[in-house]
Design a protein around this ligand. Structure first.
Ligand code: SF4
Length: 381
């Protein structure tokens, strides 16, 4: 029954019958309206899978209820299959420095956390870990660090060139840099850059990021796009003060800048940070944001993130079945992984890089998917 039919029924009910009969009919009417509304929303999700568009209000409606979750996840999975196939890209992360000049309030390695045990790998160590990852079968290295001034653009360029000579794709996640620095990395051969916007709510952004500016963050993302990087962004889902309206704006922002990769993590309160006592985000809400993103940007790369697995033992497996097509195991060797604690309960801090790779392959194959043999660019087939 559609809404206009339901409304006509409503007029008939008011017109005729006893109170008891009218009351019964009102209940039927209410159920009819809910059913009609649900059918409309299901149709909108189906259309989003075909035309990759959703209005802000519809995104808010989907985020505000669990009514459509099952259908949303199934539909996002079918879009992933259609555009990205069954291959899953495995990218190896090297967390090479947890020294950071910034003070993001949610982050366990923020500058003002005196309890973070700091470390910095040498360029030789970074390259050695990349070589080991290559031998194991990784095709991409993700170099991730805090905003650490020790690694000048020139130093990074040397590292990037050496990893590129191993015939691997290089993704960087080094935070906010100048246009000139991004240029130097690109010239050295870097392929991709990850820089989460975290939230597009400017007031919230300002509250969470002391001495940083939303405008500069957007400038960085625009620079990266202009320079030809595959550009990744994303948000933390469930931040204190974040509304579903602002999450809808975030998703539309991803579409608007034509992001090539989207990384989404549930907010997990980290000890020794100003947000340590706050309530965290939920896995379901993060999966919903991911699934809607897959509908709107069907061919991008979306990782199943480790933070999802921190909240649920099967978190990444679930994500792979709700739109994700990338997994990024940690290939940092030794004790360093335990010290790169952006949030507590990080998974796989005690296993070796080789064990992580094998476990990831097993996970992928357990759901009938396969490991990609390409470097996994957005428009690879
Ligand atoms: S989120 Fe990134 S930039 Fe912010 S404090 Fe943590 S490592 Fe530094």
């Amino acid at each position: 029954m559609n809404l206009s039919r339901a409304f006509l029924n409503f007029l008939e009910i008011l017109d005729t019958g006893t109170f008891a009969e009218n009351f019964k009919n009102l209940i039927i009417l209410q159920k009819s309206i809910i059913l009609a509304y649900n059918l409309i929303m299901i149709e909108k999700i189906e259309n989003a899978a075909k035309f990759h568009h959703l209005d802000r209000l519809d995104i808010i409606r989907i985020l505000a209820t669990d009514e459509f979750d099952e259908f949303l996840f199934k539909t996002a999975d079918s879009v992933r299959k259609k555009y990205k196939g069954d291959s899953v890209h495995i990218r190896g992360i090297i967390e090479f420095s947890n020294i950071c000049k910034q003070n993001c309030k949610y982050c366990g390695i923020r500058k003002d956390n005196p309890n973070a045990e700091r470390y910095r790998l040498s360029p030789d160590e970074i390259i050695l870990f990349a070589q080991h990852a290559k031998e194991k079968g990784f095709r991409t290295i993700v170099l991730q660090s805090g905003e650490d001034g020790f690694f000048s653009a020139e130093k990074m360029a040397g590292i990037i060139k050496k990893i590129k000579s191993l015939d691997m794709a290089v993704t960087l996640s080094l935070g906010e840099k100048t246009t000139g620095e991004y240029e130097v990395y690109k010239k050295a051969g870097a392929d991709r850059y990850l820089l989460r916007i975290e939230t597009t709510d400017k007031t919230l952004y300002g509250n969470l990021h002391p001495n940083m500016s939303f405008e500069n963050r957007v400038r960085c993302l625009k620079d990266l796009k202009k320079l030809g990087y595959e550009t990744g962004t994303g948000i933390l889902v469930g931040l204190p003060g974040q509304s579903i309206e602002s999450i809808a704006d975030d998703i539309l922002f991803f579409k608007n800048i034509d992001a090539d990769m989207i990384g989404l993590g549930p907010f997990i309160p980290a000890p020794d940070t100003p947000l340590s006592k706050e309530k965290g985000g939920t896995l379901t809400q993060a999966l919903k944001v991911m699934a809607i993103t897959r509908l709107l940007l069907p061919d991008i790369n979306i990782p199943a993130t480790t933070a999802m697995e921190t909240l649920h033992p099967q978190g990444r497996l679930m994500a792979l079945q709700c739109g994700a097509n990338v997994i990024m195991p940690n290939v940092t060797e030794g004790d360093y992984r335990k010290k790169y604690l952006l949030y507590p309960g990080k998974i796989a801090v005690n296993t070796s890089a080789a064990q992580n790779y094998d476990a990831t392959v097993k996970m992928i194959e357990s759901i009938g998917r396969k490991v990609s043999i390409t470097k996994g660019f957005r428009r690879d087939t």
